[in-house]
Design a protein. Structure first.
Length: 291
């Protein structure tokens, strides 16, 4: 699914093999006629209500109309949109005959594209709320994206299970959520979202995971909020369980050092600075924590 493209110098919207000129839709948006713009998209690109709203909101957001984009996004029912999935992405389609298998795979692919479009819209809605100074509301919207994905993939996202666009949205939402909680002054929620990000299999890139580990460590060290021990469900048998913020932060920093030692990430001198400034506060730590 290509949302946008260029054809003879004009912006073109293209979804599931259907295309239309974006200028026609933007003209209706300029007139303030959201319903007409929505109808044009539904007819021209064979979209349902939520998909059309998602695409309209994205257009408004890209044009810098944050409040207008938010009004469009407010019309999206995330749960209703997700329930339109004919198959869960974690399930395999029927495989009795190759023709049926091909048709089912195509249907699942289209459903994934549709869900990806909706989830991106909710992520952009969170960004709109953030820009308008509503960090708490933004965090709730961002969290809903991850809740839906986690429900779709209850055992974690398998490698290469998501299309590039949906994976990109998931990664951005995972990284944004704790920042929104911090902006809202809810540091316990920020700590919980960092743990969720690092303990759930989201298929995060190594650099993204490293950024979150460092930010989590910094919050543990300087946030002024006691995180408490990780839940029993997050503790592997025989693993070292940190007893306080400093121990957990140092474990995270040691993991980052190990990743650098293995050539997985670039050297960051601040990691060593944080580590050296606090390591004397801990009686005992394992030599190398697992990654």
């Amino acid at each position: 699914m290509s949302i946008e493209g260029e054809e003879d110098g004009a912006k073109v919207l293209s979804v599931n093999g259907f295309s239309m000129n974006a200028a026609d839709v933007e003209a209706k948006l300029d007139e303030g006629d959201i319903q007409e713009a929505e109808s044009s998209l539904r007819e021209g690109l064979a979209l349902n209500f939520e998909e059309a709203r998602a695409l309209l909101g994205r257009l408004e957001y890209q044009r810098g109309n944050v409040e207008a984009a938010l009004r469009v996004f407010d019309g999206i029912d995330l749960q209703a949109a997700v329930q339109r999935l004919r198959f869960s992405p974690s399930e395999k389609p029927p495989s009795r005959r190759s023709r049926f298998r091909s048709e089912s795979s195509h249907s699942i692919s289209q459903s994934q594209h549709a869900v990806g479009l909706i989830l991106e819209a909710i992520y952009l809605k969170a960004l709109c709320l953030q820009k308008l100074g509503k960090a708490n509301d933004a965090a709730q919207e961002c969290k809903s994206v991850l809740d839906v994905v986690e429900k779709m993939f209850q055992n974690g996202i398998p490698d290469a299970a998501l299309g590039n666009k949906l994976q990109e949205t998931v990664t951005k939402a995972v990284e944004l959520l704790p920042e929104l909680w911090k902006e809202a002054g809810k540091f316990q929620e920020a700590l919980a979202s960092y743990r969720r990000a690092l303990l759930t299999h989201w298929n995060l890139a190594t650099d993204c995971c490293a950024r979150m580990q460092k930010r989590f460590a910094v919050l543990l060290l300087y946030g002024g909020v006691e995180a408490g021990a990780p839940s029993l469900a997050a503790q592997a048998d025989g693993s070292y369980v940190p007893k306080n913020n400093i121990e957990e932060a140092i474990l995270l920093l040691m993991i980052l050092l190990r990743k650098w030692h293995l050539g997985r990430i670039q050297w960051d001198p601040s990691v060593m600075e944080h580590l050296l400034s606090h390591c004397l506060c801990v009686d005992r730590l394992p030599y190398w924590p697992s990654t």
